[in-house]
Design a binder for this molecule. Sequence first.
Ligand code: ZN
Length: 137
Amino acid sequence: MPMQTSMEGCVHGMEPAWCYVCRIERSGADPRTAWGFNAWEDDRDPGDRSGPMSLTQAGYLRFLCEEFEETFDPSLTDGQSAIIVASFLDEPMTDSQARTLFFLSQVVGTEPDTGLTYGQARTKIRSLIAIRGLKSA
Ligand SMILES: [Zn+2]
């Protein structure tokens, strides 16, 4: 199939408008956190975490709010933000993720997964990128 020439591709071979890797890179969020490497290892009960969010966590939550077109509330406590982040990760994957998954699955030669949550899709994209040797986080 010929490549589309009407649009400039991004460095990942996709289109910057929907490439999930580009979205993370553009977001300004800490890449390791945005890719889920720094999943909350803070196992205290969120109700006990009444301090403010760290800058890293605030950047991550801001990115997720943009992903889901929700309003970012900088006044959330650390514990509240952890609950909201977890609920975003349980949402169905976004269109950007679905297109990225489809593209990468074709490149690698596997069937694209469907019906994933946002968090699952992110993990899958991460592993496909690793297989393909693309630069990411
Ligand atoms: Zn890209």
